[in-house]
Design a protein around this ligand. Structure first.
Ligand code: F0G
Length: 433
C-alpha cells in the first residue's frame, strides 16, 4: 500500500478502502497520505513530461497524468475519467498591466468537461466510489459540484443525488445537473445547512459524500498546481491566487505545493493568496486575527458559487496558508464583477467567483503584498456560461448595489443599413480607409 488515510490533527490512520470522511477519534479532517520517500525516489519531472500528449487512458487526463501523486495504487480499470484537466494557461499581459504585475498567467479551470475545476476532484471521488463499491453518490452544492457529480455519476453508471438551495443557484449549473440525470433536490436551506444535511442523509441512506470534505476529491484538485507548474516548465511562480469558498482548492493547492517541494519537482514554494468575497469571508476574518479562532458568517455575495459561511476545509486551508507563507484577502462584489467583466472582455470569460482572482491580485499589488516584478498564476474556476443571469444583469446595469463600470451595452436597431450605421456611429472604420 502506497497511500493511507490519515487524520491531520491526531494522526490516526485508516485504510483507503474504508468509507470514512473525518476522524472517528477526534473529528479532524483526513488526508490521503502518500509515501513521499518512495515518490521522491521514483518520480521526476520527466515522468510527467513523457506523458504529455498521450492519447490513451488514463494518462490522456490532466489528472491521471500525475497518477502517482493522486492515487498511486488504484486499479486503472476503476478510473472514471472524461478525461478532465489539460486546461489552458493563458499569458495575459494586458490584464497583468491592469492588475499591476509583470507577468500574469490565468489557468482556466472552466475548460474542464463540465465547465469547472470540480471535474478534477470528481474523477478522484467517483473513482473512489467504485473502489468502495458504492452505487449512490451525493453532494450539497452551490452549483458546480452538482453539475460535475451528475456528469461523472452518469458516465460511470451510478446514481447521483444533489442538494442545493431553492434559490440563487446559477442557471447553467442547475440545467447541467438536471440534464445529466441526477436526482436534484432543492431545499429551503443555504449551502452550509445543506452540507450538514447531506452528511446526515448519506450516513442514514448509504450514499457516498462527494463534497470536498472527501479527501479523494482534493487529491484530484491538486493537479491544478501540478499542471500549471508543468506548463511553466517546472519553474514555480512567485504567487498562486485563487478564490476561496468551501476552501477545497486552497487546501488541495497547499498540499500539492508541499508535496511537489518535498519530492523535488519544484525548487521553491510559491506563496498562496486565497481571495474571498467580502460577504462570505470567514477565512479572511480569521486570518486578520492570526487564525486564533474560527467564526462562521452568514454568507451573501453576487458570486453564488462561493456564498459559503462555514467552510468545511477551514483547518486545511489554514495549513495551506502557513505552509506557503500565504495570505488571505477579500474583495467586494463590485470588484468581483469588474474583474470578471475584464476577463470576459478579453475573450477568456469566467463566472463571477473567478473574478475574485484578478480583483484580489490587483488589491494585493495595491497594498504592496504582491510586488510588481513578481510572476503570478491566477486560477479561473468556472466557465463564463455557468451564470448567464449575472453576466446579463451586469451589462444591463441591473445588479443591485453594483455599478457596471465595464458595461457592454446591448443595442437595438431597425433592419436597415442606416439604422445599423447609426448604432455603430464613427466607431467602425471601413477597410479602405
Ligand atoms: N469558484 C467556483 C466557480 C466554485 O464553484 C467554487 C465552489 C469555488 C470557486 C470555491 O472553491 O470551495 O474549493 O473554495 N463551489 C462549490 C460547489 C462549493 O458546490 O460547486 P472552494
Amino acid at each position: 500500500m502506497l497511500s493511507i488515510l490519515q487524520c491531520m490533527d491526531c494522526g490516526r490512520q485508516y485504510p483507503t478502502d474504508e468509507v470514512v470522511y473525518t476522524c472517528e477519534t477526534c473529528g479532524g479532517l483526513l488526508d490521503v497520505q502518500h509515501d513521499l520517500d518512495t515518490l521522491r525516489r521514483t518520480i521526476t519531472r520527466e515522468t510527467f513530461d513523457q506523458r504529455l500528449g498521450m492519447l490513451d487512458a488514463p494518462y490522456n487526463s490532466g489528472v491521471w497524468r500525475y497518477k502517482e501523486m493522486v492515487y498511486p495504487d488504484v486499479d486503472p480499470s476503476l478510473i472514471v475519467s472524461r478525461p478532465e484537466g489539460n486546461t489552458n494557461l493563458y499569458h495575459t499581459p494586458r490584464l497583468a498591466q491592469w492588475a499591476g504585475v509583470g507577468k500574469l498567467y490565468l489557468k482556466h479551470e472552466g475548460e474542464n468537461p463540465t465547465g469547472s475545476f470540480k471535474d478534477r476532484g470528481m474523477t478522484g471521488g467517483v473513482t473512489q466510489a467504485r473502489v468502495l463499491g458504492m452505487t449512490n453518490v451525493a453532494c450539497a452544492s452551490t452549483g458546480n459540484t452538482s453539475a460535475s457529480l451528475a456528469a461523472y455519476a452518469a458516465w460511470s453508471g451510478i446514481c447521483g443525488i444533489v442538494l442545493f438551495e431553492n434559490k440563487e443557484i446559477a442557471l447553467g449549473k442547475l440545467a447541467q445537473a438536471i440534464a445529466y440525470g441526477a436526482t436534484c433536490i432543492q431545499v429551503a436551506a443555504d449551502f452550509d445547512r445543506n452540507l450538514k444535511l447531506v452528511r446526515e442523509v448519506s450516513a442514514a441512506l448509504d450514499m457516498y459524500v462527494l463534497n470536498s470534505v472527501n479527501p479523494f476529491r482534493l487529491e484530484g484538485q491538486k493537479t491544478i498546481m501540478l499542471e500549471a507548474i508543468q506548463q511553466l516548465r517546472w519553474q514555480a511562480p512567485d504567487w498562486i491566487v485563487c478564490p476561496g469558498g468551501n476552501l477545497g482548492n486552497s487546501s488541495a493547492f497547499g498540499k500539492a505545493l508541499y508535496e511537489m517541494h518535498q519530492i523535488g519537482l519544484i525548487d521553491r514554494m510559491p506563496r498562496l493568496a486565497v481571495i474571498q468575497a467580502e460577504g462570505a469571508n470567514p477565512l479572511y476574518q480569521a486570518y486578520k486575527r492570526d487564525f486564533d479562532r474560527f467564526e462562521p458568517v452568514q454568507a451573501e455575495t453576487v458570486a453564488s458559487a462561493i456564498k459559503i459561511g462555514n467552510p468545511v476545509n477551514y483547518p486545511k486551508a489554514v495549513r495551506a496558508v502557513k505552509w506557503t507563507n500565504g495570505v488571505v484577502e477579500q474583495v467586494s462584489d463590485q470588484q468581483i464583477m469588474e474583474a470578471k467583466a475584464l476577463i470576459d472582455g478579453h475573450g477568456i470569460g469566467c463566472e463571477p467567483a473567478s473574478g475574485c482572482t484578478l480583483a484580489g491580485i490587483r488589491k494585493l499589488v495595491d497594498s504592496g503584498v504582491i510586488q510588481p516584478h513578481e510572476t503570478v498564476v491566477g486560477i479561473l474556476t468556472g466557465h463564463v456560461l455557468k451564470d448567464p443571469d449575472a453576466t446579463i444583469a451586469y451589462h444591463r446595469d441591473q445588479l443591485h448595489g453594483i455599478h457596471a463600470t465595464h458595461r457592454n451595452v446591448l443595442h437595438e436597431a431597425e433592419p436597415t443599413v442606416e439604422s445599423i450605421r447609426a448604432v455603430l456611429g464613427g466607431e467602425v472604420v471601413s477597410p479602405q480607409a
